[in-house]
Design a protein around this ligand. Structure first.
Ligand SMILES: Cc1cc2nc3c(=O)[nH]c(=O)nc-3n(C[C@H](O)[C@H](O)[C@H](O)COP(=O)(O)OP(=O)(O)OC[C@H]3O[C@@H](n4cnc5c(N)ncnc54)[C@H](O)[C@@H]3O)c2cc1C
Length: 291
């Protein structure tokens, strides 16, 4: 059983009544934060944004301190907290629908997906993301693509914005302050342990009290996948599993990567070896409710 599930199993729900909301969002990662942002911009909604982790400015991974090693924090600051799983990363925003998922397949159209990405990017800019966009060097890429094609690989020409680890935290903090300023009730250190539905309303039971809402949006990310699957099953929602991307770290001398990194800032090479099918079981993939 994952460490976080063992941790959640030890927590108790508190009967204290916190309040009644139009929308309760569980998870303040990018999905939850952007949902809260859209509701705040639309206006007229009382929104609760619930996260088990801490605010971005309070999230510190011991690996990124002089200690430079994992001390197995529970919850892990890399995975949990406002801003979500990528907040302590290098903060690279890939401005292309088919990187990190296939948004064009979900929305059914490449241009529509690109327009959504551009909109999300404009929100990052609004909250202080750096102006610079790294454009792919297409001339260099065409040459390298010929070599890549020989091994059935494709170099993806991506436009990228790079926030950096400190930059990501600052952007997330600025967005968090904005949401609070627009009336969103942010509850950190608050773990949603159960979600019930009664008389057409939802009750989110947490370790800090009970939140009532007309609608719930469960966005607990990869770190809350197992919890989400259990809740969706109990609520009788149909489950569907999203695909999984597996990152593999390969260290090579600078000279080997240099032609590629001078063509694309942070290159992504896609390859499915012939005669190979990559599969994963449901436990490795992220569940989502489907209609
Ligand atoms: C190390 C790392 C580096 C990454 N780098 C990048 C990058 O550079 N660029 C990029 O585009 N993507 C990156 N990603 C991927 C990106 O972080 C994810 O795609 C994104 O965070 C998913 O957003 P989400 O809102 O769905 O979920 P998450 O970001 O996982 O957010 C879910 C939130 O829900 C909270 N939560 C979970 N369960 C509960 C519960 N029961 N009660 C209350 N709160 C709960 C968690 O604390 C968390 O804050 C990276 C991911 C990792 C792990």
């Amino acid at each position: 059983m994952p460490v976080i599930s063992q941790y959640l199993a030890r927590l108790k729900t508190l009967d204290r009544y916190i309040g009644s909301f139009d929308v309760a969002i569980v998870g303040a990662g990018p999905a939850g934060m952007f949902a809260a942002y859209e509701l705040a911009e639309a206006g007229g909604f009382k929104v609760a944004l619930i996260d088990g982790g801490l605010r971005a400015s309070q999230r510190v991974c011991p690996i990124q301190t002089p200690l430079e090693r994992c001390t197995f924090c529970i919850p892990c600051h890399v995975m949990y907290g406002v801003g979500g799983a990528g907040t302590l990363s290098s903060g690279l925003i890939n401005l292309r629908p088919d990187v990190g998922g296939d948004l064009q397949e979900i929305v059914g159209d490449w241009d529509k997906a690109q327009a959504l990405i551009d909109y999300v990017d404009s929100v990052f800019l609004k909250f202080g993301a750096p102006d610079r966009v790294y454009e792919p060097n297409m001339e260099a890429l065409v040459k390298l693509s010929t070599i890549a094609a020989r091994v059935n690989a494709r170099i993806i020409p991506i436009r990228q914005r790079h926030m950096g680890t400190d930059g990501s935290k600052k952007v997330v903090e600025a967005m968090t302050d904005y949401l609070i300023g627009r009336g969103v009730s942010l509850m950190t250190g608050t773990w949603a342990l159960d979600v019930e539905k009664a008389d057409g309303r939802f009750v989110v039971k947490t370790n800090r009290g009970v939140v009532e809402a007309s609608a719930v949006l469960l966005a607990p990310g990869r770190g809350g996948a197992e919890w989400l699957a259990g809740i969706l099953k109990r609520l009788g929602a149909k489950l569907d599993y999203g695909p999984i991307d597996i990152g593999v770290r390969v260290e090579v001398p600078y000279a080997v990567m240099e032609p590629l990194t001078s063509a694309v800032h942070d290159p992504k090479v896609s390859s499915t070896p012939q005669n190979t099918t990559i599969r994963s079981g449901p436990s490795a993939r992220t569940p989502r409710a489907s209609s």
